[in-house]
Structure formats: structure tokens, C-alpha cells
Design a protein around this ligand. Structure first.
Ligand SMILES: NC(=O)c1ccc[n+]([C@@H]2O[C@H](COP(=O)([O-])OP(=O)(O)OC[C@H]3O[C@@H](n4cnc5c(N)ncnc54)[C@H](O)[C@@H]3O)[C@@H](O)[C@H]2O)c1
Length: 320
């Protein structure tokens, strides 16, 4: 199945463009010939993610906190709102920042889109489903979220962002789209960001034990970043409002993932079991029927291939 970007844009604003997913989006958009303005406060992003892009014509980096301001001097025709801490380690460290980015930051990004008559895409998350009572999760499922648990700063900020986006479309006619991303992994993740793939990869390459939480039977569905980027841009190019799940329905337990990383890396690391975080979802798997039917999109990179590419990048970064 092919996913062509049918509507190239002139100028795209990517909030959070110096982050993991955002920087891959910036690269893909520059490749389509669009000018890209990345607005990022570098709170969890890495300048190295976008340093190579500074050489490319049409790329601008603006350092700003989108919850406070969104200083863009040229009108965009697409706004991709991806700013937000995304790993549990980051949002637990930055709880108020996370909520302000999801609320005030989303309001500012929506206003920019409205004023510019641009299309707007909100990066929402599978976390809006919380610890789901339904597996796989389709877009009609309302979720099972603890509103005052430690993860609530992220989950509820994203749920609020979805509600605000919907209200903006209804009130102002803003051309909006909500994409719900499921766990995405690949090159440019930070080894210490606390998410399972970079943690296991870093530990395996260092010959350290791989720390699996709980009994390791909880599942995740891992989508390689190139597939996620293709899905986001397909949703942006399509007129759909969403929400639409973008993820890989191949479900894997954390223990299987750890063993796979050990095998692919050729590491001698052992598995060590550690305490499972509060409100950690037991299962996570997208139903992507909507994305398949409406966008003609589905993931192409399986876990083995994606992990090989990710391991190669981490090895190159570490200089071995
Ligand atoms: N990676 C995933 O698995 C995943 C899954 C679901 C949803 N998402 C969503 O995708 C987006 C990107 O996630 P990621 O994995 O690339 O995370 P990331 O932490 O690598 O990137 C987030 C970027 O946003 C920037 N940022 C944060 N707050 C900001 C603010 N107030 N103003 C300006 N910039 C700000 C950070 O500096 C960083 O560059 C997030 O909105 C996240 O919720 C990601």
C-alpha cells in the first residue's frame, strides 16, 4: 500500500520540531519542497536533531515556549502541533509545563492556524485511552483515564487538547485534524528518555541488564518513526478531522521486546525485573481500520527491521 503526499504545502509550522518525531516530520516536509518553521523551546528536544536542517533552504528554527508565544513571521498553510513532553520520565519531571503546553500551547497553535487559514494537526496520543478496557482500541473508545494519577498531566492535557481542537473547529470553522499516535520509536530518541525501546537499546549496547517493568507481560504496539511520519502527513493531506489512530497493530509484550533487542544487538545482557509504574497500561494496540480505509495508510516496517535501524543509529551515535 502506498502513501503519497498528495498536497504539498508552501510553509509548514512544526511545533516541537526539534524533538524525536517532530524532527523527522521537518525532514520529510523539506523533502517535499515545503518551507518549514520549527518552533521549539528545547525543553525535551535535542538541538542536534535539527542542526543538519539549518543548512537546508527554507528551514527556520525559532526558540520559543509555545504556551507563551508562537512567533512566526510568515503565514503557514499547515500547522503541525507536536510540542509536548512525551516520555513519562519527561512529563513526570515537567508536570505543569506539560499541562500548559497541552492547553495554552494548543490554543496558541490553533489561533495561528485560524488566523492563517491553515490546516491544523494535533499530535494526540494513545494515552487518551488510558489503561484500556478494550483491546485493540478504535477511535470510538472513550478511554479509562485516572484524572489525578501521576500520568494525568499528560493524558488529560492531550484529552483537553482534543476537546479544544474540536471546539475550535466547531466555533471558528478551523480546518483541524486529530491524530492519535501510538508508541513510536526510531533514530533520534534519547537513550535516557525512559521509553522502552531507547532504554533497552542503550542497556543492550552497554552490556547492562535490560530493565523490564512488572512481569513483562504488558503489551505495546511499536510503530517505526518513518511509518508514523507517513501516517501524519497522509492525515494532514486528507481533509479528515479525525481522531484517527496512527500506529502499528503488531502487539508485543515488553519481555518479548527486551529479548528481541538482546538478540538483534548480539548483546550478552540479562533481563532484570523492576517495579512497574503506577497506572501503566496493561495493553496497547491500535485498531487502524480508519487510517487504512480513509488514508490508504498502514505501517510497512516490522519490529525487527525497525529495531535494526534503531540499533544502527544508536551505535553510530555512540561511536562504535
Ligand atoms: N513518540 C511517541 O511514541 C508518541 C506517541 C504519542 C504521541 N506523541 C506525541 O508526539 C509529539 C512528539 O513526541 P516526541 O516523542 O517527539 O517527544 P519529544 O520530547 O522528543 O519532542 C517534543 C518536542 O516538543 C518540544 N516542546 C515541549 N514543550 C514545548 C513548549 N511549551 N514549547 C515549545 N516546544 C516544546 C520539546 O523541546 C521537544 O523538542 C508529542 O506531542 C507527543 O505527545 C508521541
Amino acid at each position: 500500500m502506498t502513501t503519497a503526499i498528495s498536497r504539498p504545502w508552501e510553509h509548514v509550522v512544526v511545533t516541537g520540531g526539534a524533538g524525536f518525531v517532530g524532527s523527522h516530520l521537518c525532514t520529510a516536509l523539506l523533502d517535499t519542497g515545503a518551507a518549514v518553521t520549527c518552533v521549539d523551546d528545547l525543553s525535551t528536544g535535542r538541538p542536534e536533531n535539527v542542526t543538519p536542517l539549518l543548512e537546508r533552504p527554507g528551514f527556520t528554527l525559532v526558540r520559543a515556549n509555545v504556551a507563551e508565544e508562537l512567533p512566526v513571521d510568515r503565514r503557514p498553510d499547515l500547522v503541525l502541533h507536536f510540542a509536548s513532553p512525551a516520555s513519562p520520565a519527561d512529563y513526570l519531571r515537567l508536570p505543569l509545563h506539560t499541562m500548559e503546553t497541552g492547553s495554552l500551547g494548543t490554543r496558541n497553535a490553533l489561533r495561528l492556524a485560524q488566523d492563517s487559514e491553515a490546516r491544523f494537526v494535533l499530535a494526540s496520543t494513545s494515552e487518551v485511552y488510558g489503561d484500556p478496557r478494550q483491546n485493540p482500541q478504535d477511535e470510538r473508545y472513550w478511554g479509562n483515564v485516572n484524572p489525578v494519577g501521576p500520568r494525568s498531566v499528560y493524558d488529560e492535557a492531550k484529552r483537553f487538547g482534543e476537546a479544544l481542537t474540536t471546539a475550535h473547529a466547531e466555533t471558528h470553522g478551523t480546518d483541524t485534524c486529530i491524530v492519535r499516535l501510538f508508541n513510536t520509536y526510531g533514530p533520534r530518541m534519547r537513550g535516557h528518555d525512559g521509553r522502552a525501546v531507547p532504554t533497552f537499546v542503550r542497556q543492550a549496547l552497554a552490556g547492562e541488564p535490560l530493565t523490564v517493568t512488572g512481569d513483562g507481560h504488558q503489551t505495546r504496539s511499536l510503530c517505526y518513526v518513518d511509518d508514523t511520519v507517513a501516517g501524519v502527513l497522509a492525515a494532514a493531506a486528507h481533509g479528515m478531522r479525525g481522531p484517527v489512530n496512527i500506529g502499528n497493530p503488531a502487539e508485543i509484550t515488553m519481555l518479548e521486546l527486551a529479548r528481541l533487542v538482546v538478540r538483534l544487538s548480539g548483546s550478552a545482557s540479562e533481563i532484570r525485573y523492576i517495579e512497574r509504574p503506577v497506572d501503566d497500561p496493561a495493553v496497547r494496540c491500535p485498531d487502524i481500520t480508519l487510517a487504512r480505509d480513509k488514508l490508504g495508510w498502514e505501517p510497512r516496517v516490522d519490529a525487527e527491521e525497525g529495531l535494526r535501524r534503531t540499533l544502527a543509529w544508536f551505535r553510530a551515535e555512540a561511536g562504535h
